[in-house]
Ligand binder design. Structure first.
Ligand code: GL2
Length: 836
């Protein structure tokens, strides 16, 4: 039969002379304007009289998504045709931040969109503010996953981010009378133009019940899991556009639903209310993000969330593999699956279950595939943050997985015994099951045993991993270990956040630096050019003005943009030592009160960050910052030279105003506690100088920028360990430092809490009698270092020089560098060029 005759239909032409194709994918002003108008009419459907600013946001977002959709489908097709290996980044958190501005930047159509909106009488900057930020993460770990998706697409690597579509993301923080109040984050309230629901992409996830043994047709012993409940996961896809390339990857988030056939018919015939209740229970799984940064709390539902998204993701990979006609034996050739911390590490067991129980592979073959597939990134050394699950809880939720863990463990411990014969203490230390106290499953051990590659997130952290929490595993498999220092995307955190600096960099270096950050080194020569320094300062001051306006609008505190902006923004945690910063502020305050003529550099101390709702001490620290702010800002003796502000609700959106406005970046964690930090890199990119300890990536930042351009203070990791071993007595620090004693007494007296001497007693007592993070041990060194900062600020020209050098030498901290290392050294994933 002859093939059907192809009929070419000319694309319809609109009244503007644009074709439909133009309206869906054209990048010119006229096409964008028509697309926005069309979406206002056909997708949103409010009459002109009822059209809101948010409608313009939504319509532009849909117009932008159309343009990405075109690239996205081409990317999927290209990857399919080229049969490329795909990175699957498994993460319980993706802290994406607002999409619109970033997508316009990555598509290269900001100016066109601005002009199109202007023709419709709207201002892009105001429209951008309408976006409800998707806060599906707590802090650094979740934001890292988002930066990595940006780099994967930009570097043209086929990749999928797999995670959870939480209905409520990280809570919104309000400050009431100085205290943190948590407000539910209803980010989906007005819809989400960026996601595409794929109800047909669904997988079923079992819970609870028991296992049964049976013999299959071929006479092999097999196991069947008889679950108590089945939950359905459906996919919601968000395209993630690379910068300056056509590649557009996928963020696939799973949402939980009830399975009607299961609940309604098989189990609850006739019991309508029971059936509806089951529906509610099923949908609870993806309701809310647990708002704990580190540590995570061992809640049943949290384990449920982890298993749910991991199972959906792995089933999805297997499904796509069979659609592509690739045998399951080749799984590891087609997928590199990265575990972002231990949260998805149940994946090791789930892949074994899917391969052995469902695909009937033999154990050894399945195990080889599993280990070849997974890589594990560790993000913390804090012992309380290393995940374990109580055995009874684990058994109740995942009975089949516990059996598989026992078998993995049996084989693994045989290997340990073969390598280290007679060393039963080592066997107990390495076991996947913790036996001291309540028995538990150790997720970090599971991740380490089931992965061919294990990495830390900064050089120091990777070394400490090998020497402490994963020491035994390092001795067993040294070849599995490597370092992958974190990075951040210069697109969002420099080009988008700091348009003033972007323009100057474009002028000085051309426009390739966002994808080739090593080019920033060329700025070093400019550091000695006085005219360039003037431009640099003007940009910083404009950024400070922009932040001051924001802070005034949100706190009523007025800051002077000519002052030194000293900023600490990050989750509130004792190890990050926001209270050390406060002790310095109170010290300075007292000095000024006692000596009004004291010559200090005027400073604005700016804080921001959320506390886990159940973290007592962190919430007191927020109250303390606000109490100190209230007193100081109202005191005319000092408020012409120092002020304190707490920016409520630190998130990606306001972070983009904060980093570019910083002169000084506070990175003052106890040495050995901050795995890497990524805020430190975002400040550096934007030309802030760092005051910091030798912790996490600070070490490498100092190496890159040079010791003379970094304010270093404090105990080293070895010194911290030494002091702790010898027995640390914070009272000794107080006894030998009368200024410190006075500062603590002042806080304890109720001076910063309107006379209430109770409020901060717990904070002061904790520092005085326990001080687990050595705040007092580092106090004197910190205050002295701040004096050096103050003196350095007086020399404007030299400060600017140092600021320029910070940006110039920040190239290493691009997430592109990090992703290249992961691709080359762990994932073995090659770029695929996408043509339109
Ligand atoms: C963290 C570390 O604390 C932080 O230092 C690191 O930069 C990020 C990303 O690697 O990971 N670990 C962790 O559990 N959270 C982090 O932010 N929440």
């Amino acid at each position: 039969k002859p093939p059907p005759k192809q009929i070419k239909i000319a694309p319809p032409v609109t009244t503007t002379g644009l074709t439909d194709v133009d309206v869906r994918s054209g990048m010119q002003v006229a096409a964008l304007k028509q697309a926005v108008t069309d979406h206002l009419r056909y997708s949103i459907g409010h009459p002109p009289v009822a059209t809101t600013l948010h409608d313009y946001y939504y319509a532009l977002a849909l117009a932008v998504r159309d343009r990405m959709q075109h690239r996205w489908l081409n990317t999927l097709q290209t990857n399919f045709d080229l049969k490329r290996k795909i990175v699957c980044y498994l993460s319980a958190e993706f802290l994406m931040g607002p999409h619109l501005g970033n997508n316009l930047l990555n598509l290269g159509i900001e100016q066109e969109a601005r002009a199109a909106l202007a023709e419709l009488g709207q201002d892009l900057d105001i429209v951008l503010e309408c976006e409800e930020e998707p806060g599906l993460g707590n802090g650094g770990l979740g934001r890292l996953a988002a930066c990595y998706l940006d780099s994967l697409a930009t570097l043209q690597r086929p990749a999928v981010g797999y995670g959870i579509r939480y209905e409520f993301g990280i809570f919104d923080q309000e400050i009431h009378d100085g205290w943190q109040a948590e407000i539910t984050d209803k980010w989906l309230r007005y819809g989400n133009p960026w996601e595409i629901a794929k109800p047909e992409v669904a997988h079923y996830v079992n819970w609870g019940g028991h296992t049964e043994y049976y013999r299959d047709e071929a006479g092999n012993d097999r196991v069947r899991w008889m679950p108590y409940r089945v939950v359905k996961g459906t996919a919601y896809d968000t395209p993630t556009q690379g910068y300056g390339v056509n590649n557009c990857n996928t963020l696939r988030l799973w949402s939980a639903e009830a399975v009607e056939s299961f609940d309604f018919q098989a189990f609850n015939t006739g019991d309508y209310y029971q059936a509806v209740e089951d529906k509610i229970i099923s949908e609870t799984v993806t309701k809310v993000l647990y708002p704990n940064d580190e540590p995570q709390i061992g809640k049943h539902l949290r384990l449920g969330q982890q298993y749910f998204f991991v199972s959906c993701s792995l089933q999805n990979m297997l499904h796509i593999l069979s659609l592509s006609g690739v045998p399951v034996e080749n799984f590891a050739e087609r997928y590199a699956v990265q575990l972002n911390d231990t949260h998805p590490s149940i994946g090791v067991v789930e892949l074994m279950r899917l391969l052995v129980d469902e695909r009937r592979l033999d154990w050894d073959k399945a195990w080889a595939i599993t280990v070849q597939t997974f890589g594990y990134t560790n993000h913390t050394l804090l012992p309380e943050a290393l995940e374990t699950w109580p055995l009874p809880m684990f058994q109740a939720l995942l009975p089949r997985h516990l059996e598989i863990i026992y078998e993995i463990n049996r084989r693994f411990l045989d290997e340990v015994r073969a390598r280290f014969s007679g060393d039963e203490a080592r066997v107990a230390r390495m076991s996947l099951i913790g036996e001291e106290g309540e028995k538990c499953v150790r997720m970090a051990h599971l991740a380490a045993v089931g992965s061919h590659a294990i990495n830390g997130v900064a050089a120091l952290h990777s070394d400490l991993l090998k020497a402490s929490v994963l020491k035994d595993f390092y001795e067993m498999w040294p070849e599995r270990f490597s370092n992958k220092t974190n990075g951040v995307t210069p697109r969002r955190f420099l080009a988008l956040a700091n348009p003033g600096l972007r323009a100057l960099l474009n002028e000085a270096l051309g426009e390739q630096w966002p994808v080739n950050m090593e080019q920033l080194h060329q700025l070093e020569a400019k550091a000695d050019d006085a005219a360039f320094r003037r431009k640099w300062r003007a940009i910083k001051e404009a950024n400070k003005k922009r932040l001051a306006d924001y802070i005034l609008a949100h706190t009523d505190i007025e800051l002077d943009p000519t002052w030194l902006f000293d900023i600490q923004v990050k989750r509130i945690h004792e190890y990050k030592r926001q209270h050390l910063n406060v002790l310095h502020i109170v010290t300075l305050y007292r000095r000024l009160k006692e000596n009004p003529g004291l010559n200090i550099s005027p400073r604005a101390f700016i804080f921001g960050g959320k506390a886990a709702p159940g973290y007592f001490m962190a919430k007191r620290i927020i109250k303390l910052i606000n109490g100190v702010a209230e007193t100081i800002n109202a005191d005319p003796d000092v408020n012409t030279r120092m002020k304190v502000a707490f920016v409520p609700n630190f998130n990606v959106q306001n972070a983009q105003l904060i980093y570019p406005a910083a002169d000084l970046s506070e990175q003052i964690s106890t040495a050995g506690k901050e795995a890497s930090g990524t805020g430190n890199m975002k400040f550096m990119l934007n030309g802030a100088l760092t005051i910091g300890t030798l912790d996490g990536a600070n070490v490498e930042i100092r190496e890159e920028v040079g010791a003379e351009n970094f304010f270093l203070f404090g105990l080293t990791t070895e010194e911290v360990e030494h002091i702790k071993r010898e027995g640390y007595h914070p009272t000794d620090c107080i006894a030998s430092n009368s200024e410190l004693r006075t500062v603590l007494e002042l806080i304890n007296s109720g001076y910063f809490s309107r006379g209430d001497a109770e409020v901060f007693r717990s904070v002061v007592n904790n520092l005085t009698y326990s001080d687990p993070f050595l705040v007092l041990a580092d106090y004197a060194a910190y205050v002295a270092c701040q004096e050096r900062v103050s003196a350095a600020w007086q020399d404007k020209e030299n400060w600017t020089r140092m600021s320029i050098l910070n940006t110039a030498r920040s190239g290493k901290f691009s997430s592109d560098r990090a992703i290249r290392e992961y691709c080359d050294e762990i994932w073995n994933v090659q770029p695929a060029t996408v043509k339109l």
